[in-house]
Design a protein around this ligand. Structure first.
Ligand SMILES: [Zn+2]
Length: 278
């Protein structure tokens, strides 16, 4: 089962999250039938989104992340709420490099009226580096990220997850040194995926690598692919379009079809159902 384990390490001066999002990525691939390049990008971004969502303090909070390639081939969008209900989609094949594209993060913290919008240029194709750059530039939080998403030859995700560490304000030199060391140890096991037979569980990673450094309670969160679209919401959207316009479309096309990009579901309304809305 997918999970995110969060705790403090190094005298409580560094936050640690160990993520396991393999099922989430497989669900997204299954829904969207993505190309390998798009699967990797969507999977990586869902994992980043799950991390940011796991930091939300209010149950009303939400976050969305979008990456856009500069040449226009491939935009990937992901959104999440504070319950870690995740959804996303990939537009295009994402076959080109992301470099020189941009990452935009929109975060509703659930307390203020305006969302926080952060953006950064993408300097690498590696999702870990993209997230590090984002936190450094847009939020000024020193962050170390080692996330990976690996697939077998049939396109099935065999491992997605890894580690995100962030320095808390005022972290001492000693804690920074210790945190850097343990992070390097974790990364040093070559790619995490290279060991995925052993490290396919966030709990094992926490125990195996980080246990001696843990200095706080460990909380566990469960990310899950879940779209929040519903018949009710679609009806609200259609009501705002207006009856005359909908009936016109219905006359021309035989039906009104609303497609949800996130879960790939079609909502179909014939004449009778349109009449019912009004
Ligand atoms: Zn949906």
């Amino acid at each position: 089962m997918d999970k995110i384990l969060r705790t403090l390490i190094c005298d409580g001066q560094v936050s640690l999250a160990v993520l396991e999002t393999t099922e989430l990525v497989n669900r997204a691939v299954e829904i969207h039938k993505t190309t390998p390049a798009a699967s990797a990008l969507l999977g990586g971004l869902l994992t980043c989104g799950a991390y940011i969502a796991s930091s939300l303090k209010s149950t009303r909070g939400s976050v969305s992340l979008t990456v856009k390639a500069k040449d226009g081939d491939g935009a990937v969008s992901v959104s999440a709420d504070a319950d870690l209900h995740m959804r996303g989609y990939a537009d295009g094949t994402c076959s080109h490099t992301l470099k020189c594209g941009a990452l935009t993060v929109v975060r509703e913290d659930g307390f203020s009226t305006r969302p926080f919008v952060g953006t950064c240029e993408i300097l690498s194709d590696d999702i870990s580096e993209i997230l590090e750059t984002y936190f450094g530039q847009s939020e000024q939080i020193p962050t170390a990220v080692a996330l990976s998403t690996e697939f077998d030859n049939d396109g099935k995700c065999v491992w997605s997850g890894g580690v995100v560490m962030q320095l808390l304000p005022g972290a001492s030199e000693n804690s920074i040194w210790e945190a850097t060391n343990v992070f390097d140890q974790f990364k040093d096991r070559d790619s995490i995926a290279g060991r995925h037979k052993v490290l396919t569980d966030a709990k094992v990673i926490l125990e195996d690598v980080f246990r001696p450094y843990v200095s706080g309670e460990v909380s566990t969160l469960f990310p899950e692919y879940k779209c929040n679209c519903s018949e009710e919401k679609i009806r609200d959207v259609l009501a705002s379009v207006g009856k005359a316009e909908l009936l016109k479309i219905c006359d021309e096309l035989g039906e009104v079809k609303v497609h949800c990009h996130y879960c790939n579901k079609d909502y179909i309304y014939g004449r009778k159902r349109i009449e019912e809305i009004f």
